[in-house]
Design a protein around this ligand. Sequence first.
Ligand code: 5GP
Length: 145
Amino acid sequence: MSLHGQYDEQNIFAKIIRGEAPCYKLYEDEDVLAFLDLFPQSYGHCLVIPKNAPARNILEIDDANLAKVMAVVRRLTQAVVDELQPAGVQVAQFNGAPAGQTVFHIHMHIVPRYEGDTLGIHASQQADAAQLQALQARLVKRLQG
Ligand code: 5GP
């Protein structure tokens, strides 16, 4: 499945929200659920999802639900850093299979990173500076437009 398509109510995170599949829950409120990733990229890899937004990706979720998710992401990231003392922490989110998405209910990854880690998602080469500047200018303009 890719960027465009229908939300599938039978995806694994929808089942977790409905209590039809188990999870190692870390936090839950009316709108947001956080739990441990079952196939962690590192020790302490967490996931945060909206409970009331049947959105596959960031293009489909409404601003209010996204804001609620991000508030929990920040709180949980702080807890992960305080408790596990990683050297760094990734907060990541993928949209569409070609971008690395495998579960099509929007989710935020919190992945603590430790010295000597092999990064799962990491550019091997730095991009050309002029190219980056041009891209930056285009995106800034687009955001302001
Ligand atoms: P994505 O690749 O879609 O951004 O991330 C999906 C994440 O969900 C992966 O990190 C994968 O390990 C995790 N995952 C897949 N199935 C399950 C599951 O049944 N339970 C939990 N807790 N995590 C899962």
